[in-house]
Design a protein around this ligand. Sequence first.
Ligand code: HEC
Ligand code: HEC
Length: 362
Amino acid sequence: MNTIAAKFLKVFLAVVLFGGLYLVAVAKHDERDRIRQTAVELTPDCKAKLEAYGLAAGPVYRSPYLVRVGGEAVEVSGYSEEDVRAIQRGCNIIDDLQGFVAGGEGLGQRWNATRFVRGTHTTCSHCHQNAGDKQDEKGNRIQGSNNLGASWVMADMYDRFTGLILSHELRQMQCYINSSNGFKPNIADDLLRDVTAYSRFIAAALDLKIGNRYLEQGMDEIPASATNRRGDDYVRGAHIYREQCASCHGQQGFGLVQDGRVIYPAVAGRNSFSLDSRMNFAAVNTIMPGFICRNMPPGAEGTLEGQDCRDIAYFLSTLPRPAGDLQGPLYAVWQQLMMIVMPPLTAYADSLRSSSPRPVAH
Ligand code: HEC
Ligand code: HEC
């Protein structure tokens, strides 16, 4: 009798457990479907960009951009209402990863993107500027501006950083892990799908053809061989950083957050990209100098020399930041320790410097 009762209980518990899991899965599925159906509240930048590109549901799509630059209306197959919402969500994720600007059902519409990111600083468009499609005042595309449409058409691409051929989705993933110092979304996650839908739309709007390499893809890099001195200088880097960058990014590179919103992103410390990020000089030493020379300081872009940018990037790479996957647990602990110990020491050294008389230049 007892054994029958025990067996019954086992079966009952198994049914409750698996039935419960099934119901959770169904509920999650319904929630995803509901989010996919919800109208998207766009950030101002995404609204302007998608409007200018004439995004709307319909049987054919003609890019106003192409009409403007080439006078020719290239017709491609259009988008369903659902596609349009995916593209809109994708733009929001790039422009406003943390959900600071456009609310829309809390963070639900961004598939709770922040669960893949450590800290509250990172937004993709800090490095993939103007929602991954930077243009100058005249609306011309810019070489080496890390454009996501140009990245999408590259499809599978050799990644010198991991040494692997990576699809566009896997390259997105790399940026969650390293550039946002965060965690890996699933390859089939709606988060990646929406960003892919958006990137693909940018490619269509700019008439970029799949399989081609365009100059807007990736960063405009500055190798040591492109400068005269061919040796990077930490002291010069630290000096220029203090003069030209610290007013926004802070003496220690921690950036500025006001009312829970990032005004200036962190370029060092725990809210910054990790040691494995391609933005980190120590990982690939040509990329960050290129970013700095092209894009910083805002409003005075292009005023720094190639060597200045290399020096600053070298200096930034020495500041403590989170370790990445490649460094292993011991190094990660070391970096954590450095992030605690170094800031007060640096602040102390800075206070000594500012109280001693300045050396006179001869
Ligand atoms: C700290 C700066 C930074 C942040 C933040 C960042 N990225 Fe990147 N991303 C880069 C750099 C640098 C590269 C490599 C560019 C190169 O190889 O020239 C890159 C490359 C990529 C690529 C591949 C581009 C190509 O064609 O090789 C994709 C896709 C991408 N990022 C998506 C994202 C997404 C999505 C986010 C937000 C979750 C994000 N990135 C956040 C700096 C950043
Ligand atoms: C006027 C304020 C300001 C100044 C000065 C400035 N930056 Fe920035 N920086 C920003 C903003 C804002 C962003 C985010 C990018 C965007 O929104 O276009 C940024 C982004 C960056 C990034 C990439 C973002 C990330 O997450 O790593 C780096 C690296 C960077 N700046 C370095 C520098 C360097 C080096 C200098 C000095 C030459 C400098 N900045 C000067 C405001 C500034």
